[in-house]
Design a protein around this ligand. Structure first.
Ligand SMILES: Nc1ncnc2c1ncn2[C@@H]1O[C@H](COP(=O)(O)OP(=O)(O)O)[C@@H](O)[C@H]1O
Ligand SMILES: [Mg+2]
Length: 274
């Protein structure tokens, strides 16, 4: 029987989709069968991240309306037969998806997969509520370490609580060790305390992430810091007792002090003085 995870956030652009795709791929490394359901109706992205954008025939809405069977819409990843995608519709709206039908679709697919990840739309509107109403086992809440993201995550937790959903597990993305050492950015551990959520993982800012998105590829296919972080999260999901990585530990080496000085923000003349 599979475990079904919703991947949610408050604000958009914090890395839900890119983490979903890469974490799902990481989990196949130990032989698990993994399905991603792209529930970001109208703003699908998983097809591009997985390089499947030219292969879509049917989508989640077609399955929910009975236009086709799930197996007609689900696409195996070309380079990874254990990773499958049920794509979102490109032009529909969230209201086109009936949560009861989504629940039935998830239920019917559980026996075929070890893990199901639902990539949710950003925000606390209908798209997220649809997924919560469909019934999921766990919620991964993705935040970036800034006040806007944390505040919107707080609102999302309130909505999840009101729907009696499971207490989300936190993943803090885009951490920058230098900014943390400078005291400009909070740590993942602080974000977890602020939100009062268990910390599942921490992922650093890494240029390879965007470069992999540009290539319609996954960053776990490249040797990089973000890959190491996602592999840790994948191990923790599989029950291995690895501690969460800490970014921004204080180390007072000469070179680090120099880097810190170089990265200080320099103020410029206010614009109305020109
Ligand atoms: N750890 C990271 N390091 C660098 N860039 C990142 C990282 N995480 C996300 N990004 C960038 O943010 C963009 C938006 O991510 P995405 O997963 O589409 O956000 P969401 O699904 O939450 O709206 C990605 O295309 C990528 O360029
Ligand atoms: Mg997304």
């Amino acid at each position: 029987m599979s475990k079904c995870y919703a991947v949610a956030s408050g604000k958009g652009g914090v890395g839900k989709s890119v983490i979903t795709a890469n974490l799902a791929s990481a989990l196949t490394g130990s032989g698990s069968r993994v399905l991603i359901i792209d529930a970001d109706i109208g703003l699908r992205s998983q097809d591009v991240m997985l390089g499947l954008e030219n292969r879509i025939v049917y989508d989640l809405i077609d399955v929910s309306t009975g236009e086709c069977r799930p197996d007609q819409a689900i696409l195996p990843c070309e380079t990874n037969p254990l990773l499958h995608l049920l794509p979102a519709a490109q032009f529909d709206r969230a209201k086109a998806l009936d949560p009861k039908k989504l629940a039935r679709i998830i239920h019917s697919l559980r026996s075929s997969y070890d893990y199901i990840f639902i990539d949710c739309p950003a925000g606390i509107e209908r798209g997220l509520r649809n997924v919560l109403n469909a019934g999921v086992d766990e919620i991964l809440l993705i935040v970036s370490p800034d006040d806007v993201s944390l505040r919107s995550a707080e609102r999302t937790v309130q909505v999840i609580d009101a729907k009696k959903g499971p207490r989300p597990l936190l993943i803090v993305n885009r951490l920058d060790g230098e900014l943390i050492r400078n005291g400009e950015m909070i740590t993942a551990q602080t974000a977890s305390q602020v939100l009062d959520l268990g910390l599942l993982g921490a992922i650093p800012e890494d240029p390879v992430v965007y470069r992999s998105v540009l290539r319609h590829d996954l960053f776990v296919h490249y040797d990089c810091e973000a890959r190491n972080a996602v592999m840790r999260i994948s191990s923790r999901i599989q029950g291995h007792n690895l501690p969460v990585a800490v970014y921004g530990e204080r180390k007072h080496s000469f070179f680090r002090r120099r880097m810190k000085e170089n990265r200080r923000l320099k103020e410029v003349t206010p614009i109305d003085n020109y």
